[in-house]
Design a protein around this ligand. Structure first.
Ligand SMILES: Nc1ncnc2c1ncn2[C@@H]1O[C@H](COP(=O)(O)OP(=O)(O)OP(=O)(O)O)[C@@H](O)[C@H]1O
Length: 315
């Protein structure tokens, strides 16, 4: 007799944050008040999903990433990563967790030791996270090729590389740990506009090819729209709205999200550019939009220009 019961395998989310709260002591000499940075935050990231955490400066984005990276201890709440509760992880268990959940920082200039060549930086990471690998040299070549660089960079010092190349090396170092989750805290905000899109495409590729779950921390809504599957909006430590990226940005329901979306320069809406420039931009956008290679657009908030991303760009 065959069983008619269908067995379901329940796969836990990559990241499951429940009712997370964190406050800091006030830095004022005259006050013992606690400054709440996160208030009762719930957030899930599925395996192989990219979630952007957006919000203004001081909304608590980095605190959330730092709690996930075991750099801060929450006051209350729970964080489960691939089903494991991370509270109280110590010693070997904490080291194993830190291999699996890696951070990419904002500053590619400060995150690589300037006194070592790239090969040394990657070799150390491989020795730490994958000591079983015999041929480190060929593994390093594979890592740099995965992040879109030639093996020549292995003999360079970080200061000989551009900001975009350095951020790619920082990502290669992260990959040496074979993580299942990457916490990317404003990974492109210090890079030139022209190279930002390449780094975003690289993160996208890592999700597609390796199923890595990514928390993308940013204040830039356009790049959140470009990269992420879902967006969670953080305001004063609370998630006020979350949902599928394009839908959320095109139809923001919470007044704070509406405010954020309204603050992005839009040449059609706010008259921030003169009429002839606006018409030229609209024409350009229409032309590029009809190209099959074009996926989405990215707005460079600083320069109030439309920067259009071509999917065929080398990543
Ligand atoms: N180490 C700390 N000590 C005291 N207060 C802190 C500390 N770290 C963060 N805060 C406070 O917690 C709140 C959230 O800060 P957090 O850095 O997480 O915000 P953010 O959204 O990442 O900001 P930004 O985009 O500027 O990095 C802010 O009020 C900040 O001043």
């Amino acid at each position: 007799m065959t069983s008619t019961t269908t067995e379901k395998t329940v796969i836990s989310p990559a990241v499951n944050i429940r009712a997370l709260s964190k406050s800091y002591n006030s830095s004022s000499l005259f006050s013992r008040k606690k400054v709440p940075a996160l208030r009762n935050v719930d957030l899930e990231i599925q395996r192989g999903e990219i979630v952007a955490l957006v919000g203004e400066s001081g909304s608590g984005k980095s605190t959330l990433a730092r709690c996930l990276a075991l750099l801060e201890t929450p006051d209350s709440g729970e964080v489960l990563v691939n089903g494991q509760n991370i509270a109280g992880l110590k010693g070997a268990a904490a080291r194993e967790y830190r291999s699996d959940v890696q951070m990419v920082f904002q500053d590619p200039f400060g995150s690589l030791n300037p006194t070592f060549r790239v090969e040394h930086i990657l070799e150390r990471s491989l020795a730490l996270h994958q000591p079983e690998i015999k041929s480190k040299r060929s593994e390093m070549a594979k890592l740099v090729s995965t992040v879109g660089l030639s093996p020549d960079v292995l003999s360079s010092f970080p200061h000989e590389l551009s900001g975009g190349q350095r951020q790619r090396i920082a990502i290669a170092r992260v990959l040496a740990a074979k993580p299942s989750v990457i916490l990317a805290d404003e990974p492109t905000s210090m890079l030139d506009v022209s190279v930002r899109i390449g780094v975003l495409n690289l993160l996208h590729k890592l999700r597609d090819e390796r199923g890595i779950a990514i928390l993308y921390v940013t204040h830039d809504l356009a790049s959140a729209r470009y990269l992420s599957d879902r967006i969670a909006v953080l305001n004063e430590g609370r998630i006020v709205e979350s949902g599928e990226s394009v839908q959320l940005l095109e139809n923001p329901r919470h007044p704070y999200t509406q405010l954020l979306v309204g603050a992005v320069p839009n040449p059609d809406r706010d008259g921030s550019l003169d009429a002839s420039k606006r018409a030229a931009l609209r024409e350009q956008i229409a032309r590029w939009s009809s190209s099959s290679n074009l996926k989405k657009h990215v707005i460079d908030e600083a320069n109030q220009h439309w920067v259009l991303a071509d999917e065929s760009e080398t990543i």
